[in-house]
Every structure is written in structure tokens, then in C-alpha cells.
Design a protein around this ligand. Structure first.
Ligand code: PA5
Length: 329
């Protein structure tokens, strides 16, 4: 997993050369996908919104009711191509006659794409889905450009790749920071705080990477909403709180209102929360800043596994659950 994380920058750079088939223009995209495949849709939704384009995400069976009238183009992302919810979503899209574009390594969704004539962007096989974010998000960005929603992402992909490479270089500052954070978080459940906008989807990515690579409980919450509920929960149980650690993700575009809230929230909860740390984005473009935080979170998740002496790669409970679902369907 260390080498897969070190390959993230290379994946982002490789996306600049992705061959996207001819696609019809789209007014909006609905990204369907789960877990390590679905998170790229959350990143894309934010990045597209910066250009005034609408990208929604759907992480469940079927499709939301609004699609029948809005008729978005459905972008289905499944690394394995065999994810039950994503297959259900594309089947619903087919029933409605919606345009579908697929990003995958193959599997059942590849077969469906062949049968329906849906365009496919293939990504390299042989990785864990969560370790393929650079390929999956890069492909989704290139597709978004091809359907006319966003300008070319190539300059931002190149910058993001450089920023990520500098962070994940062996022996570099990124691994040192990740090691420090992992040392502080090793015996805690982790709560990752982001803010509406750029850091919200990255906070979710940190949570899922800590779950899957670090094999630790983790959750995420988002400013300003968390100020309207979560801060009350902190007052309940000092014993529990001592086993939790908070990492706050900070970006220069969070805005003065959120920055003010962060400071006051910290003061209001100071007696109850064992605050562990803040991590600041790096880079210029929004994509580079998102990917810088992503890279650090990925490294923290691996470092947590290493501190615990466990292999970050296998995700047995997910495999077991999928097998059970297959057997019982
Ligand atoms: O990280 C993982 O392995 C999971 O979160 C998967 O991404 C998720 O189960 C969906 O599978 P896929 O990405 O193959 O569609």
C-alpha cells in the first residue's frame, strides 16, 4: 500500500493522457459509484461547481427520482465493475434511456457497456479500488471536459501530480508528518473535520482510508453544520472523548466565516476534545490542494497500519460481505 500511495502522483499525471471516446455534450452529470470508486464523484462535484457546472453523486441502488425529468448523463464508476449498487444504478439508467458513460477495469459493468453500446474509459487493473483514485478521478475529469462541463483539467492534473509526488517521496516531509499524526492517533478513533467545499470530500476520503488501510474506526464531519449538533455531543463523556482524536483539514478557500467558526469551536470545546491536529492544503489549483490533503490522509492511513503492525491492503470484511450478498442473491 505504501508503494500504491507513492504511485498516486503518477496516476494523476497519467490521466492527462487518458483517451476519452467521442461523447455527446451533457448538461449535468450524475456520478454513480460506491466506496473507493464513488469518492471521485464527490471530488468531481466540487471541482465542477467551481466552473458553474452541476455534478451530483448517487451512492445506492437504483437512481434518485429527479433523474426522470432532469435526464442527466450517468457516469458510472466501478473499479471492479461488479459492485451491486452501481450495477443496479446503470440498469435503472438503461430502463430510463439515459446516456451512460462507464469508468472501470471491466467486470459485469464492462459487459453491460458492451451490450448497450455505452462508451467506456478503461483504467489499469491490479490495484485496490481505493488505491486507484488518481486514475478514477482523472478519467472522470477528462470525461467532464469531453462532455463540455469543465475546461481542460490538464494543467491542474500536472500541478496536482507534482504536489503529490513531492509529498509522497520516500523519506520526504509527507511521510514524516503522516508518521507523527499516526503516532498521536494510534490508540484513538479518528474524527476528520472538513468544511463545506474543498475539504468536505477529502475529509470523507481520510475517514474511509483510515477505515480500510488503518483498520480503525473513523468518521468525518463538516463545518459549519457540525457546529449545530456535534459540539453538544462532546460534552457528554470525558472518558470516551479521551479515546477520540480530531484532525481538521484546512484550505485557503474555506472562507473567513468558517475560519472564525473553527477558532471559536475549538475554544468552546477545549475542555472536552483532545484535539490532535490541523493539516493544511498545499498547491495552487483546487485539484492540487485537494490531492495534497488526500496524499497526506492516504499516508496517515498506511502509517496507522504500520504502527499497529498490520497489512493495510486486505479488506476482508468488505470481501466477506460481498460474497455473502452474492451467495444470497
Ligand atoms: O475500497 C474498496 O475496496 C471499496 O470501498 C470499493 O471501492 C467498493 O466496495 C466498491 O467497489 P468498486 O470500487 O469495485 O466498485
Amino acid at each position: 500500500m505504501r508503494s500504491m500511495v507513492a504511485g498516486l502522483g503518477g496516476q494523476v499525471r497519467a490521466a492527462t493522457g487518458v483517451r476519452v471516446p467521442d461523447l455527446s455534450p451533457a448538461g449535468e452529470l450524475l456520478v454513480v459509484g460506491m466506496g473507493g470508486s464513488g469518492i471521485g464523484g464527490d471530488y468531481l462535484a466540487h471541482l465542477a461547481s467551481l466552473h458553474g457546472a452541476r455534478v451530483a453523486g448517487h451512492k445506492s441502488y437504483g437512481l434518485p427520482g429527479w433523474v426522470a425529468s432532469a435526464r442527466p448523463t450517468v457516469l458510472a464508476v466501478s473499479y471492479s465493475g461488479n459492485t451491486e449498487e452501481t450495477l443496479s444504478a446503470v440498469d435503472a439508467a438503461a430502463d430510463l434511456g439515459l446516456p451512460v458513460i462507464v469508468v472501470t477495469t471491466g467486470g459485469a459493468i464492462g459487459d453491460r457497456a458492451g451490450a448497450h453500446g455505452w462508451p467506456v474509459v478503461a483504467v489499469p487493473a491490479g490495484l485496490q479500488p481505493r488505491a486507484a483514485l488518481g486514475h478514477l478521478l482523472g478519467a472522470a475529469l477528462m470525461i467532464s471536459t469531453a462532455v463540455g462541463l469543465v475546461p481542460s483539467p490538464v494543467p491542474d492534473l500536472e500541478e496536482a501530480a507534482d504536489v503529490v509526488d513531492s509529498l509522497t517521496a520516500s523519506g520526504g516531509a509527507g511521510w514524516a508528518l503522516a508518521g507523527d499524526l499516526a503516532g498521536s492517533l494510534a490508540s484513538r478513533a479518528v474524527i476528520v473535520y472538513g468544511s463545506t467545499g474543498l475539504t468536505a470530500p477529502v475529509a470523507q476520503r481520510w475517514k474511509t482510508q483510515i477505515n480500510e488501510n488503518g483498520k480503525r474506526p473513523a468518521w468525518f464531519s463538516v463545518f459549519p453544520e457540525l457546529d449545530h449538533n456535534e459540539i453538544v455531543g462532546w460534552s457528554a463523556d470525558r472518558g470516551l472523548n479521551g479515546r477520540l482524536g480530531v484532525v481538521t483539514l484546512v484550505d485557503r478557500d474555506d472562507g473567513a466565516d468558517v475560519a472564525r467558526r473553527r477558532t471559536i469551536t475549538r475554544e468552546v470545546t477545549a475542555n472536552d476534545v483532545d484535539w490532535i491536529g490541523e493539516v493544511h492544503s498545499q498547491g495552487d489549483s483546487a485539484l492540487a490542494r485537494m490531492m495534497s490533503l488526500t496524499a497526506i490522509g492516504d499516508m496517515v492511513s498506511v502509517a496507522l497500519a504500520e504502527v499497529a503492525g498490520i497489512d493495510p491492503v486486505p479488506v476482508a470484511p468488505i470481501e466477506d460481505l460481498k460474497n455473502r450478498l452474492r451467495e444470497e442473491s
